[in-house]
Design a protein around this ligand. Structure first.
Ligand code: MLT
Length: 302
């Protein structure tokens, strides 16, 4: 019998895959594997029995990778399993960064109670909430993995020009791009893009990559979207750029105290992967990887 520890709620269709030889619980005693979503494992004492950790999600920065490598614990993730969910929210972010959807909705609520005057008030006030169309504008995609590719392709379908950069872009992934100009450096993306969306993991090479210096290379009025990790940006530099008008909007899936409520910031509580479809996909992929490893010794990161 294999004991599997779940540190978050993992979709049942995933744990069902494991089958009768597994007990799945939140009991930390003697697990051979952990299924985890966003819970941090950095402070956790790794049990001697632990052989594998599978992240039902893409990023693995909540897992102490080096520590696991030293202890021989195999770490899996679920690349691509939530890519469609994130892509859809990026589309919403592109539109929210351009059209004053959020402010407009908030303002409309303040009209409540004005009865049949509301129509007139709307006519008078709505010009404060105009914003440009995205069609014909250029979207820069930094990181052309599973999510970046989908974002690039949907942006093309919406009539945007797309320029992308990824030093690790494989030929197979390149072939999936419909109409994306591939450039060698992020600087080329910064120079060309009206909108920039970042789809890279957080590591020593990417931490703080959107900062005063890189923002200065962007077009005036640029709109920046970050659905990857909050550590990729320097928040102070983002707020300065918003105040000066260098940046028109910052859309982020990380609601952190330093940026909440600031003009030009649209912050969501990490909703990118929050769809039932994505939660199912991630759970199935993570559980399949663990099962294959424990039963067959295969290390296949789907
Ligand atoms: C991911 O790493 O897959 C996404 O950020 C979504 C999540 O953390 O659940």
């Amino acid at each position: 019998m294999y004991n599997v520890l779940t540190l978050n709620k993992i979709a049942k269709c995933g744990t069902d895959i494991l089958g009768d030889n597994y007990t799945v619980s939140d009991n930390e005693t003697n697990p051979v594997a952990v299924l985890v979503r966003s819970a941090s494992m950095h402070e956790m004492e790794m049990p001697e029995s632990l052989l594998a950790i599978a992240r039902a999600g893409a990023g693995v920065n909540n897992i102490p990778i080096k520590d696991c490598a030293e202890k021989g614990i195999v770490v899996f993730n679920s690349p691509g399993a939530n890519a469609n969910a994130v892509k859809e929210l990026v589309v919403a972010g592109l539109l929210m960064s351009s059209r004053k959807i959020v402010n407009g909705i908030e303002w409309a609520k303040t009209l409540k109670g004005n009865g049949d005057q509301v129509g007139k008030m709307v006519e008078k006030g709505k010009s404060n909430f105009a914003g440009p169309e995205i069609m014909g504008k250029t979207l820069g995609v930094i990181g052309l993995g599973a999510i970046g590719i989908k974002v690039a392709n949907v942006a093309s379908a919406l009539g945007m020009k797309v320029v992308g950069c990824d030093p690790f872009l494989s030929e197979a992934n390149k072939a999936k791009l419909v109409d994306c100009k591939i450039v060698e450096t992020n600087d080329e993306v910064y120079a060309e893009a009206d909108y920039i969306t970042v789809h890279v993991p957080l590591n020593d090479g990417t931490r703080g990559m959107i900062n005063k210096e890189t923002i200065s290379k962007m077009k005036d009025g640029v709109r920046v979207l970050n659905y990857s990790r909050d550590g990729l940006v320097n928040s102070t530099d983002i707020l300065d750029a918003l105040k000066s008008g260098k940046m028109s909007a910052y859309v982020t899936d990380f609601a952190t105290d330093d940026i909440l409520g600031e003009d030009g910031v649209i912050a969501m509580p990490h909703l990118g992967a929050s769809t039932p479809e994505s939660e199912d996909n991630c759970a199935v992929m993570a559980a399949t990887e663990v099962k294959d490893y424990l039963e067959n010794g295969n290390i296949v990161n789907s």
